[in-house]
Every structure is written in structure tokens, then in C-alpha cells.
Write a protein that binds this ligand. Structure first.
Ligand SMILES: O=C(O)CCC(=O)C(=O)O
Length: 451
């Protein structure tokens, strides 16, 4: 590594776009204060034993109804769903017509307190973690087949035409509470793979390939209707997880970008998903998209940051699609769709914005060895796949039509994971090739406030 240190690369690889280039600072003393719970680091009072329950009560919005499994295993009527979709989506005419996110601190004299503080260095954990959660709806882990949730043709066409679709209430209150509990456990027991993105304060907590270390998220993929929804969206017969991220509270946001951390697949083999456990604030926290921009032909394949004023984006740059997302909703988009996420203007979250997101691979996806490019950063496992082989491996587990017991067992016995040696081996050569535009693009994307 010439110009870039290993820690800088760690930051890059752990962020959603590989863009989290910010200095890591350590304090030699614990970051907890007298008002901070020493075990879970929340700034409100709590005890270790109440951590899971607290995740529900500190959310900006609670889930209103506790529906049964039927809500996630059956479809609403087309007209109901399209009405919801129409009322939940706003096409914003132009940046000028859209006010910047308000500065939350300006609204009150009270100093705003972070809901989560950053973990101290010694709080990080290694290896597999299991919150031992009970799955909703009477599901038995690794036995019960996945649930289903039927979407409409109109929703699929919206994704194809606009490059993004919002699907409301895919996950009911039971699933949302399950995900919140899994997240609460993760945040209270931070994993080393979260270190770079969390210590840089990019997010209050962020961890790539969360399903590999935290069993509750693997179980969610294996048993929820997520795979079915993605299969319909991608008009495909198989869905695998290519890479994922648990993202709690984006403090800095990301400027306009397209996704290049999709794992070892091409854009067209992938489909992005974003599942929120909380209502996002009105002005920030949920992605904003340029409608139809997945069809653009001018943004370089390697670019992450996108200057929306560039020649060739005229027809997209004023067509903003923004969504007010609610717990249990799913956003699904084409990895090329240009989007941004704003954080709060003062970088402080006083409530939760807990999101499980990532990229799924469609049937027929091949393994693309991205060594030597920025894209390798979401594929650091030692799976042994060679360039051009079928993407079939416990490292990229099947979730639709059905999880694969052998793959799940490999995950559970620790065969799936990352090793520091993988990082060194796979990112070798990256610094040299990345010295120009590629990394400049990574760094430029960080920090968005509606620009
Ligand atoms: O929601 C976030 O924090 C980031 C979402 C995003 O830009 C992405 O997943 O590509």
C-alpha cells in the first residue's frame, strides 16, 4: 500500500459505497459518560437486561398493529397497493424547490443528545454472535419454509421504469420487532467488522455482511418474505444474498452516487434492497433517487460519486423521487439508479433509523473477481470461487425459492466469514490502480445535505 493505509481501506470497505474516508480517532478512555448506559451506550438510562425491549420504545415511531403471519404471506389488492404507493411517493421538481433538511438544533434551545454513542475499542467482539431470538409467526429456524408476499405487476413495472419502487408493509410488527431486537443486540455487542465505519462516526453503527456474524439476520433472510419480494421484482427464479449492511443512523449522509459495493456480481445481475425498522424523519434519513437514472449512459462504470450537473444527465437531474418510509417498508432499486442520503444537518440522531440493506443476486449470476478494483471491498471472504463460475456458495446464500440447509449449516459452523488475511490478499494492488479518479470518486461522495 503506497498512499493509503490499511485503516483507510477498512473504512472504505465497510461503508455502503466504499466511501467512508474519514480519520479514525481513538480515545484512551471509555467514551461513556455519566448519562450513558455502560452496557449498551445509549444515552438514556437502561440496564443490560432491558436492552432488547428498549429498542422498540426508543424508536421514532412504533409499529401500530401486531398483525399475524397472514399479512406477510398474502397480498393486498392491486388497487390498494397502488394507492398507497402513489400517496407515499413524491417527485420533487428540482433541487431549488426542495428545502435543505432543517437544522434540528435550531428548533430548540435544548442541546441534542445522540441516542447512541460510539463503542470503546475494548467493547468490540469477534466471531459468530447469536442473540437467540424467537422467530415470529411460529417459525422454526432452518425448518419452516420462507414466507411469501405477493406484489403487483404495477410495482414491478415501476421498478423497471423509475429504477426504484417502495413496497409498503412487507414486514409486519412481529418482524419489525424481531429486526429491532437483532439490531439492539448487535449495537450492544458491537462486532469488530463494524469498527471502521462506526469509529469514523460515519454511522452510529454499520456492519457489512451482518448475516455472516449475527444469526438473527441470517434467519431473517432464510424465513421472511424478503426473497420472494426480490424474486418478483427481478422477475427471477432464484435470489442469493450478494452482500448486506446493517446501517444505524447515517450521521454524515452520502451525496449523489451509484452503488458499486454490490458484491462480486454485475449491476444487471443485482438488485438493491433497503428495509427500514423505523419511520424516517421528514427531511432526511431515506434515500432520494433520480427517477429513471438507471438508464443513463454517461456515468462511468467505476464512478461512485455522481455530479448530477454533468452532460447527459439533464433528463434525470430534476426528477427527484423521495419517500417517507415507515417500519416494515422495503425500498428496492437498480444498483445504477443515482441516489443520495442526507443525514441530520448537525450529524446527531436523537432517534433511531435502523436499516438492513444490501444487494441480492438474481438467478444465473456469475462470480466476477473484482480484485484490483474498488468493487472487491464487498467480497473479502475465502470462498474459492473463480472468475466466471456460477455464483453458488454458502458465502452468497440462496434465500429464494428456499434457503439451502447445507449453506446455512456452513454459516452456522463458522466456515463463512472473513479473515484479516483475506483482506490483505484481496485488496493487494488496489492502492496502485486506485490512485486517480476511482478513489477520488469514493471520497467525494461522503456527506450530503441536499446538495
Ligand atoms: O440508507 C443509508 O444509510 C445508505 C443507503 C444507500 O445509499 C445505499 O445503500 O446505497
Amino acid at each position: 500500500m503506497t498512499k493509503f493505509s490499511l485503516s483507510a481501506l477498512l473504512l472504505v470497505l465497510l461503508s455502503p459505497q466504499g466511501s467512508a474516508f474519514a480519520p479514525i480517532t481513538f480515545s484512551s478512555t471509555p467514551t461513556t459518560s455519566t448519562t450513558t448506559c455502560p452496557s449498551c451506550r445509549r444515552t438514556t438510562q437502561c440496564s443490560l437486561s432491558t436492552r432488547f425491549a428498549e429498542a422498540e420504545t426508543t424508536s421514532a415511531t412504533t409499529v401500530s398493529s401486531s398483525s399475524s403471519s397472514s399479512s406477510s404471506s398474502s397480498s393486498s389488492s392491486s388497487s390498494e397497493q397502488s394507492q398507497v404507493l402513489a400517496s407515499s411517493t413524491a417527485t420533487v421538481a428540482s433541487p431549488a424547490a426542495t428545502s435543505s433538511p432543517s437544522t434540528p438544533a435550531a428548533k430548540s434551545n435544548e442541546p441534542r443528545k445522540r441516542i447512541l454513542n460510539e463503542p470503546a475499542l475494548w467493547e468490540y467482539n469477534f466471531g459468530l454472535q447469536d442473540p437467540q431470538l424467537t422467530l415470529p409467526h411460529g417459525i422454526t429456524a432452518r425448518v419452516t419454509p420462507p414466507e411469501t408476499f405477493t406484489i403487483t405487476d404495477e410495482q414491478i413495472r415501476t421498478l423497471e421504469e423509475d429504477g426504484v419502487v417502495l413496497i409498503r408493509s412487507v414486514f409486519d410488527a412481529d418482524w419489525v420487532n424481531y429486526l429491532r431486537s437483532a439490531t439492539g443486540h448487535q449495537v450492544s455487542n458491537p462486532h469488530f467488522w463494524a469498527f471502521a465505519g462506526t469509529a469514523s462516526k460515519l454511522y452510529d453503527y454499520i456492519q457489512r455482511n451482518i448475516w455472516q456474524t449475527n444469526k438473527a439476520f441470517a434467519d431473517f433472510y432464510y424465513h421472511s418474505a424478503m426473497g420472494h419480494v426480490l424474486a418478483q421484482c427481478g422477475r427471477t427464479s432464484e435470489i442469493r444474498i450478494s452482500t448486506d449492511l446493517l446501517m444505524v443512523n447515517p450521521n454524515k449522509g452520502f451525496k449523489w452516487h451509484q452503488d458499486n459495493q454490490n458484491g462480486p456480481i454485475t449491476w444487471d445481475e443485482g438488485i438493491r434492497f433497503w428495509i427500514t425498522m423505523d419511520e424516517t424523519p421528514a427531511d432526511y434519513g431515506a434515500p432520494v433517487y433520480l427517477k429513471g437514472s438507471h438508464r443513463n449512459t454517461v456515468v462511468d462504470e467505476q464512478a461512485v460519486f455522481v455530479d448530477i450537473e454533468m452532460n447527459g444527465l439533464e433528463e434525470y437531474k430534476d426528477q427527484w423521487l423521495s419517500f417517507r418510509t415507515m417500519p416494515g417498508d422495503m425500498l428496492i432499486w437498480h444498483p445504477r439508479t443515482i441516489h443520495k442520503v442526507d443525514g441530520p444537518s448537525d450529524g446527531i440522531w436523537t432517534s433511531y433509523r435502523r436499516v438492513l440493506g444490501g444487494t441480492a443476486a438474481k438467478a444465473g449470476s456469475l462470480y466476477h473477481d473484482k480484485r484490483g478494483t474498488g468493487g472487491v471491498l464487498s467480497d473479502l471472504g475465502r470462498h474459492g470461487l473463480e472468475d466466471g463460475e456460477k455464483l453458488s456458495s454458502p458465502f452468497f446464500p440462496m434465500v429464494y425459492p428456499q434457503f439451502d440447509r447445507m449453506e446455512a449449516a456452513a454459516r452456522d459452523d463458522g466456515s463463512v466469514g472473513r479473515d484479516p488475511r483475506d483482506i490483505v490478499a484481496k485488496i493487494g494492488g488496489l492502492a496502485g490502480k486506485a490512485s486517480g479518479e476511482k478513489f477520488a470518486s469514493f471520497f467525494k461522495v461522503l456527506g450530503s445535505q441536499a446538495k
